[in-house]
Design a protein around this ligand. Sequence first.
Ligand SMILES: *[C@@H]1O[C@H](CO)[C@@H](O)[C@H](O)[C@H]1NC(C)=O
Ligand SMILES: *[C@@H]1O[C@H](CO)[C@@H](O)[C@H](O)[C@H]1NC(C)=O
Length: 336
Amino acid sequence: MKWLSLALVLAGPSEAALRFGCSTVSIQRLDPLVEPGKIPSAHLHQIVGGNAFNATMVGDISEKATCTTCTFSEDFSNYWTAVMFFRHTNGSYKRVPLMQNTALPNGINGGMTIYYTQQDFTSNGNQKITAFKPGFRMTVGSPTYSAAPSSSGNPGLRFVCLDNKATRFPELPTFPTKPCKGGIMTVHHFPACWDGKNLDSPDHQSHMYNTVREAFTPAGPCPASHPVRMPQLAYETLWDTTQFNDMWPTDGSQPFVLSFGDHVGYGTHADYVFGWKGDSLQRAMDSSCMFTACENGRPLKSQSVADMNKCSVKSTVHENIDGWLTSLPGQPSMSM
Ligand SMILES: *[C@@H]1O[C@H](CO)[C@@H](O)[C@H](O)[C@H]1NC(C)=O
Ligand SMILES: *[C@@H]1O[C@H](CO)[C@@H](O)[C@H](O)[C@H]1NC(C)=O
């Protein structure tokens, strides 16, 4: 513990905050974290980041990937969530397309917006923020939650009914129950307190502890069991639901569903496999750069949107995921 208290003393104020876009690298039924080696996995995911993504991923993936769909070209991490579908009253399903977030450079192909912040947007709370280590991975949320989680639930897992791409409030624990003019955003804030020992755990969560509050408000202090504060990782995913707004069921029922069959939304979850090259993420977190000011080697190497869009992963699982489907990929058909 000695080095920890030393780190607390030595840490000065740091305000670094990363926010960047990543294009879609793959949409397929693979889950190297929860179902390693299983081809196909239980439900469909949309994935961004490095091209080392595959059914099995072990070790330091920054040594295996050769390109990334993210703005920062040393970030070969993989970030993924479930996919959203529209369920027509006639029982057919159609995948909801991803759309680019606002405030990112034009031309990003779908994907997600990724954040690595300090204890909050503007302060590290005078604590050292320790970057994740090679091999580190975690999940947040669970497809098995079918009711409002108790106090152990994560208030950082939210849905936003978009008027336009800049809408951020209110944050909802479940799918919006009315058509949304500008689409739907899903938000996933990960826990940021680490036990200091384990790169993963059997449930992919207990090596981390969540002190996140709603939205991007300052997190609570880390507990003694998980004393190491890591970057606050968060995903924003924008779903272009607008083409379905005139097909909203006349009985008023909510027609969107996550790829594992959840039409309420309590099971929303996300996955992370760390893959920054060398000490690049640590250098960024120790700096005071914010958003695009971290690009062009100050301190992070970055790449053009065209180069981001060039990177992709060849699908291992071959199945139709587009057009009108009779059931969700890998899922039994639901009764009406
Ligand atoms: C993914 O793994 C399979 C074997 O499981 C292999 O054939 C394939 O080349 C791998 N793909 C990539 C992109 O590494
Ligand atoms: C359901 O409706 C869509 C949109 O009109 C249509 O394309 C699809 O074929 C329909 N599915 C069935 C099973 O009728």
